[in-house]
Design a protein around this ligand. Structure first.
Ligand code: TRP
Length: 446
């Protein structure tokens, strides 16, 4: 049967791993552009409320179930089931979660591959390899395919090494570097002409937008994607937390780090876009909105870096290393979901599971690369707009309606003996029972 389970060796290790999962392209790319195109600080404000009022309770549901059951999502939901029907539901949610997270990884790897290519580009230019630099920055199927494979190899290697020597070790190295690079880049961009206009676009609220249903949908989708919810990622990371940890506190720290880094990323991206504007780069699309899609990262910002002269090469290097790090600490958390299941439920050795599943996901990714036009958008929308919110909803239903309440309290009491009298226990059960499901459904049917 399964080998001994891994465990994070410290609170810091868990925080870096879980916030590494949460902080990804969704924060550095998705959040700032969503903010800019949804009424600036009005979106920021709505997002902050939703992240703490809905995202945090849903995150806690996953962490508590994970740590209590000490197993992957399928086995975990199964073991808190109370009858035949809920067991079937558990199986369904767990398996759909595994398929969903694998599909998320298959499109995430493509975008992460672009980030790696753009990271190598400044190095190629320093070495005078103009032809290679041209190849790296031109969108071709061949380049995309090669970088998908390279990115997936890194992801598989880290997962093969396990929880402590793989996930924790790399997250504790990479996350502090990410924060350092982000802060340095912000400080530098603030010194450039146009940055303050970007800051205004980011922070001046247009409150007439707060009641716009589209803004609410975007803010909630952003919150669930950013906190990596629904597909069992946080559940499985929760299963590696020590019993001595105070769960409501570490969960809150993860949510704070995730939101904090998203807000910081906005201080970089929006000012950088307006600096680009000041130096003659087009930053608005045909409809007058800010360019937010792939164009932002692979054309607007590189054009800005090119205009900066010699220092632009360093800035590009810093920026794309930031993006690559953010991608990698997220992608490992995605691959861990199917790998933990195969190791624990199917008795596979970890390296074998990581390699086989890694190959399957790489092939799916390549299928998308070579049929980019219909497939990419379809997979992104299906997984993030359809599947993920519904799965989150079901996990909340499991935690609040199916699982026995006193077992939940017992679990939280590990590491937080006074939990019963605390604020968390007064509010959270009500939230996961009623508010989260209703809010998710309401937004879903918009
Ligand atoms: N949260 C990450 C981001 O913001 C992406 C991510 C990691 C994710 N694991 C996930 C998204 C699981 C959904 C499900 O980019």
């Amino acid at each position: 049967m399964a080998a001994a389970r891994g465990e994070f060796s410290s609170r810091f290790g868990f925080l870096m791993a879980a916030s590494g999962s949460a902080v990804g392209l969704g924060n550095i790319w998705g959040f700032p552009t969503n903010t800019a195109s949804n009424g600036g600080a009005a979106f920021l404000f709505t997002y902050l409320i939703l992240a703490f009022a809905l995202g945090y309770p849903a995150l806690m549901a996953e962490l508590i179930i994970g740590r209590h059951t000490r197993s992957n999502a399928v086995a975990a939901l199964n073991s808190i089931s109370t009858g035949r029907k809920s067991q079937i539901l558990a199986m369904g949610i767990g398996l759909v979660g595994i398929v969903t997270v694998s599909l998320i990884l298959s499109f995430y790897a493509i975008v992460s591959g672009w980030m790696m290519a753009f990271f190598l580009d400044p190095l190629a230019r320093i070495l005078g390899l103009t032809g290679f630099s041209e190849w790296l920055t031109t969108d071709t199927e061949l380049r995309n395919a090669i970088f998908v494979v390279i990115f997936m190899v890194f992801t598989v290697l880290i997962i093969t090494a396990g929880v402590k020597d793989g996930i924790e070790k790399w997250a504790t190295r990479l996350m502090p570097s990410l924060i350092g690079i982000l802060v340095l880049l912000i400080l530098y961009v603030f010194t450039l002409e146009g940055a303050m206009d970007g800051l205004r676009a980011y922070l001046v609220p247009d409150f007439s937008r707060v009641t716009d249903p589209q803004l609410l949908i975007n803010a909630m989708g952003q919150a669930f994607f950013s906190l990596s919810l629904g597909v069992g990622t946080m559940l499985v990371y929760g299963s590696y937390i020590s019993k001595d940890e105070n769960l409501p506190v570490v969960g809150a720290l993860v949510a704070l780090l995730d939101v904090g880094i998203a807000v910081l990323a906005g201080l970089l991206i929006l000012p950088a876009m307006y600096v680009a504007l000041a130096s003659g780069v087009e930053i608005f699309d045909d409809t007058g909105g800010l360019i937010a899609g792939p164009g932002l990262i692979v054309s607007v910002l590189p054009a800005l870096f090119n205009n900066m002269g010699a220092i632009g090469i360093l800035v590009a290097l810093a920026f794309f290393s930031l993006m690559t790090i953010a991608s990698l600490t997220s992608s490992i958390s995605m691959l861990e979901v199917p790998v933990a299941y195969s190791v624990e439920n199917r008795g596979m050795p970890r390296p074998k599971a990581a390699i086989i599943i890694g190959i399957i996901i790489t092939f799916t990714s390549l299928l998308i690369v070579f049929n980019f036009d219909p497939l990419f958008d379809w997979v992104v929308n299906f997984t993030t707009e359809r599947s993920q919110p519904l799965l989150s909803l079901f996990i909340c239903v499991f935690a609040a309606w199916i699982w026995r309440r006193n077992e939940i309290l017992d679990e939280i009491r590990h590491g937080s003996p006074e939990a019963e009298h605390g604020l968390f226990w007064k509010i959270w059960p009500f939230y996961v029972k009623f508010i989260c499901p209703i809010a998710i459904l309401a937004v879903y049917f918009q």
